[in-house]
Write a protein that binds this ligand. Structure first.
Ligand code: HEC
Ligand code: HEC
Ligand code: HEC
Ligand code: HEC
Length: 188
């Protein structure tokens, strides 16, 4: 190989690597949970769709509160769960982000916040750090999340839910949609 070709190969390889870095996803970044409160500062602008407020007003945000209702008590009784639903691992595992039986919740996750952003988008510490840095130097965050997949929803939307309603990825996604109109606008 002559010099020019070798340089060309090196440039291509580093461009490929850069492409991989940009699309880094949660599977490989070892990210941890930061909690929905930290998303609000950047994802709640009026002209960007008020994503945070949309979530806060959604049933997902109220999924823990639901477990304290009489309806939940009746559901638990029918399912043969003797503990109060808001303390029962059998219910909390789908009604609270990152809940795991016999494990403490991640420090920044509160039960009261129910099913938060990171249940669908995955742990966001890497995006959070990259976005804060990008905000400071007015660039674009180098770590994004990628769109949640049907499998992610089905970890909770499955027949193990005592109130299961047939899950349809498309129509259910439309019900919880929180698009950023600026992002969808054609780029000039
Ligand atoms: C310091 C600012 C900042 C914080 C804090 C922040 N983000 Fe972002 N985020 C951005 C920017 C900028 C973008 C790119 C533009 C856009 O899509 O709004 C983005 C994009 C995204 C996207 C779309 C990316 C994709 O792959 O499609 C998701 C999802 C997201 N953020 C989730 C979160 C969640 C969840 C939190 C809280 C845990 C959070 N962000 C916290 C700035 C931030
Ligand atoms: C961590 C578990 C979990 C994940 C993951 C999850 N959900 Fe849910 N979802 C729930 C629970 C629990 C409720 C019921 C909340 C309540 O009524 O208190 C719910 C309710 C809903 C509802 C009905 C509420 C409404 O506003 O009409 C829709 C639609 C929905 N989810 C769509 C989705 C979609 C789409 C995904 C994936 C992108 C998803 N969910 C991922 C647990 C989850
Ligand atoms: C129940 C699952 C679920 C929850 C909870 C959730 N999201 Fe999303 N989010 C989605 C789905 C599905 C999409 C659509 C991805 C696509 O474009 O196909 C999305 C898209 C986004 C986008 C990109 C919007 C765009 O126009 O491209 C951002 C930013 C975002 N979410 C941030 C958040 C933040 C911040 C929270 C919490 C305050 C949150 N999401 C809570 C499932 C969820
Ligand atoms: C496998 C995940 C999962 C488990 C386990 C689970 N839930 Fe849910 N829960 C959901 C989802 C998803 C919804 C939204 C409706 C559905 O099931 O499609 C929901 C909705 C509800 C609702 C709202 C009523 C409705 O029809 O939307 C109540 C009340 C409820 N759950 C109580 C409980 C109780 C009590 C337990 C424990 C005995 C429990 N859930 C265990 C996932 C789960």
């Amino acid at each position: 190989m002559n010099r020019k070709v070798r340089l060309g190969v090196a440039v291509c390889v580093s461009m490929l690597l850069a492409a991989f870095l940009v699309v880094a996803t949660h599977a490989d970044d070892g990210a941890t949970y930061v909690g929905a409160a930290k998303c609000k500062m950047c994802h709640n602008k009026a002209d960007e769709g008020q994503v945070w407020t949309k979530w806060q007003e959604s049933k997902h945000a109220k999924a823990f509160a639901t477990l304290k209702t009489d309806e939940a008590k009746a559901v638990a009784e029918k399912a043969g769960v003797a503990t109060a639903p808001s303390e029962a691992p059998e219910c909390l595992r789908c009604h609270v982000t990152a809940y795991e039986k016999d494990k403490p919740l991640p420090a920044d996750i509160k039960m009261e916040d129910g099913v938060q952003c990171e249940s669908c988008h995955g742990p966001e510490s890497a995006h959070f750090a990259a976005a804060k840095k990008a905000l400071a130097d007015k660039s674009i965050p180098q770590v994004l999340s990628g769109a949640p997949k049907e499998e992610t929803c089905k970890k909770c939307h499955n027949p193990e839910s005592p109130t299961y309603k047939e899950f349809n990825f498309k129509s259910f996604s439309e019900k919880i949609a929180h698009p950023n109109p600026l992002r969808k606008a054609p780029k000039s």
